[in-house]
Design a protein around this ligand. Structure first.
Ligand SMILES: Cc1ncc(COP(=O)(O)O)c(C=O)c1O
Ligand SMILES: N[C@@H](CCCC[NH3+])C(=O)O
Length: 422
């Protein structure tokens, strides 16, 4: 069931008309559906029912405090990559022993924070990081739980900018050094390495690359065990793709992904961790914007909207496709072909090129779909545009879960040194 649907020709999120939210909050605005987030989480978790599996939501996909609190209530863990994300996850009520810490550049300060909180594990991505963690844990008189993120050199067959599992990517330990790093872990007094971690990329639309990577990890578990390492758990990362374009073939379902994983991992007797991000929140959010002007240039038509690449950077950064739909359905069935563009002074500030759409006029509202993941979290203030509001709907209720940043606040962040004001 889609929680974004038309009711009397007006787009609604659950039981709330999008135009009602806009009337009180303005545009541009992100709108999230609680019911969709919960449903996606449950579908993913159910794919691993009966197994010892922990679903750690990848906070980077959407770190809004209300989104995290919603998932905390469902029993989700968290995959964090910074001090800020760790603090957000804890604040949302996600227990420390369900939090894994990923990322290639964890600082000693972040390590200490994770150790103090008592997180489940650090996913180590280099020998240097391992040594640093051993030192930090030693200073605190602790032993840090670690998993080594291995790089299986598998092509995820996704956009090059979101592929992480090839040897030329910065992520993970090269496959041929996996054995030596586990030997080093054994020799160090303040780290305990019982896990293996792998994450090959994001927005994967086929199961085969996962299968290749998971199969390699299973082999590695066997080899390490044969050498006397007590490997008890595997973190299989995130990356399962979502449908972005209506009418196009959807990526494999969580159920199919779960079946594949069960087959590959059969008999390995490890507890499992997953780190889905986009799958949980991607299609649980829309970005609503108002059309400000129409213009033409040669044969081309442009719909200029009040959202821009600083609010949602995916189309500019990855040429990502997002469906764009009108908030009020027009009576006419005729379509026009236009570029949806933002007001920023960059040629890449384009949400859609040559897109067929119902004709719109200035003042009309549109919704950019599938904007719940890597949307608000990747926004910035380019062109001195304040960060926009985020709203969460729950049935017939809604709440502003992040206030629109005021221009005063944005401007107050800079200061001018004395020598310029004398
Ligand atoms: C280590 C790690 N885990 C999990 C994720 C979440 O990925 P996705 O949102 O594609 O599920 C990412 C992002 O690619 C990641 O880098
Ligand atoms: N930001 C990317 C996903 C990157 C995932 C993080 N490793 C996107 O919007 O598709």
């Amino acid at each position: 069931m889609d929680h974004f649907h038309y009711k009397n020709s007006e787009l609604s999120c659950e039981d709330v008309a999008v135009s009602d939210i806009v009337a009180s909050v303005g545009t541009p605005v992100y709108i999230y559906s609680t019911a969709t987030i919960v449903r996606h989480y449950r579908v993913f978790a159910d794919a691993f029912k009966g197994l010892d599996a922990l679903v750690c939501f990848a906070v980077k996909a959407n770190s809004n405090q209300a989104v995290l609190a919603t998932l905390a209530r469902e029993g989700a863990g968290a995959d964090v990559v910074s001090e800020g994300e760790l603090l957000r996850a804890l604040k949302a009520g996600i227990p420390a022993d369900k939090i894994v810490f990923s990322g290639v550049g964890k600082t000693p300060r972040e390590m200490a924070l994770g150790l103090k909180a008592g997180i489940k594990q650090f996913n180590i991505e280099s020998e240097a990081e391992l040594e640093a963690l051993n030192t930090v844990a030693g200073e605190m008189g602790l032993v840090a739980p670690v998993s080594v993120r291995v790089n299986p050199d598998v092509d995820a067959k996704t956009h090059a900018k979101i592929s992480t599992g090839k040897s030329e990517n910065k992520f993970g330990i090269p496959w041929n050094r996996a054995h030596s790093i586990y030997a080093r872990i054994k020799a160090l007094p303040h780290v305990n390495g019982k896990g293996i971690d792998v994450h090959i990329g994001s927005q994967l639309t086929e199961l085969e690359p996962f299968k290749l990577a998971f199969t390699k990890v299973v082999e590695l578990v066997k080899e390490l065990r044969a050498k006397g390492h007590d490997i008890t758990h595997i973190d299989l990362g995130g990356g399962l793709g979502i449908p972005y374009e209506l009418g196009k073939e959807a990526p494999p379902s969580p159920d199919a992904y779960g079946k594949m994983a069960r087959e590959v991992l059969a008999g390995i007797d490890c507890s499992l961790i997953f780190e889905p991000g986009r799958l949980i929140v991607g299609n649980a959010g829309i970005l609503v914007s108002e059309m400000v002007y129409e213009k033409t240039s040669g044969n081309k038509g442009f719909y200029i909207i009040d959202a821009a690449m600083n609010d949602l950077i995916r189309p500019a950064m990855y040429d990502a496709y997002h469906d764009i739909i009108p908030v009020s359905l027009a009576e006419t069935q005729d379509k026009v072909s236009v570029d949806f563009v933002g007001p920023i002074c960059e040629s890449s500030d384009v949400f859609a090129k040559d897109r067929l759409t119902a004709p719109l006029k200035a003042g009309d509202l549109i919704a950019i779909k599938s904007a719940g993941a890597y949307g608000a979290v990747m926004s910035g203030t380019y062109n001195t545009r304040p960060l926009i509001a985020e709203v969460m709907v729950n049935g017939s209720d809604y709440a502003v879960v992040r206030k629109r940043q005021s221009l005063e606040e944005l401007l107050s962040l800079d200061s001018v040194p004395d020598w310029l004001t004398d």
